[in-house]
Design a protein around this ligand. Sequence first.
Ligand code: IFM
Length: 448
Amino acid sequence: MAAIPRLPEGFVWGTATSAFQIEGAVDEDGRGPSVWDAFTATPGKVRDGHTAATACDHYHRYEEDVALLRRLGADAYRFSVAWPRVQPDGTGPVNEPGLAFYDRLVDALLDAGVTPMPTLFHWDLPQALEDRGGWLDRDTAHRFAAYAAAVADRLGDRVRHWITLNEPFEHMALGYALGQHAPGHTYLLDALPAAHHQLLGHGLATAALRAAGAPHVMLTNSYTPAIPYSGSKADTEAARAYDTLHRRLFTDPVLLGAYPDLDGFGLAGPLPFVKDGDLDRIKAPIDGLGVNYYNPTRVTAPEPGTTPLPFELAEFEHVNTTDFGWPVIPSGLTQTLLELTADYGPALPPLWVTENGCSYDTAPDADGRIRDQARIDYLEAHVKAVAAAVEQGADVRGYLVWSLLDNFEWAEGYHQRFGLVHVDFATLERTPKDSFDRYAALIAEQRR
Ligand code: IFM
């Protein structure tokens, strides 16, 4: 294998997780129910009826997990704060025992020499807010800023790096448009206010974090280059439409203070849910843009009359796929980073790869070792893809593997294993995989 090029001095290496996917302890210490508790309790929503009631039991085993990060040599750890643990109803006074958990976690990370990078919203909205309309209700954006202020008030003396939202596109598309994730709505394009209100929440929370003295604030989006199925004009336009919905809808307002033209979606003219001053709030300066990358998306023009959307998705042929069926195309990460750099120019803050990883269910061998060579190959190829983008001018500051642990993969339950560390969900025993050791060696090599 060719050597992995050295990333610039100070480049940050780490891993990422999210609260609902690992914590468990859903009924403890005053935590309120989230939309995901309700969704997992609804028959047929999650594969094999899996729930996250215990997940990785990280809530009780966080010290063991922080020890794993120390052993990995990670510079940073991106986790999420569960809003319903901090404010069980999503509003009102904080739930002290819930906030105290994150206090302990942050202290443990700092003791281990690992920089905490909390994300304030990774999809587990308090159910009480969903009952009032969730992200379709503008007030949720204001509630989010108040919650962000409460967390910053408690952790801001030690946490410097904050992330407001995780992947607002997926949350809108899967949760509000298609119903594959909580809260399970199938509103198609009527889900768009959920995009705007999340972005408004991001802007208002950014202001709240600044007021609390936060020096480094980011938003994390998912990015996927839209690859036209063919060179035809129709496929090229379809890919452009997909890119508008997935990338530009969630990036232009934040960096440029304007929504892209949505004419192709039958939405000519001003969007009725965007009020005066919203875009100025959404455009609050940020210090970094989080990039979650898994694969590119192949896009084709739709057959007339088959869909209200100006595109259809297609499969890539002759490529390896992960257990999730996702194509393994590392060059898509280079392309993503370079396209952001070219398209947003001076408006683009430094980029951070806040998630990248793959699902492979490699079982322990007879000797207990997990020889997940496919994950090693995936990670090496994607780190090289980051290095290639940096070499060509992208300003990338960090790379975080999704994920530290095998965990609850949303509608797939425990069927997709993304971890560097294997979790036996019956015993909760953690076993670092071969990829964990390879990533540890890679981090050490980069520091030498
Ligand atoms: O597990 C998810 C994570 O919560 C958000 N980004 C994609 C990951 C893999 O599907």
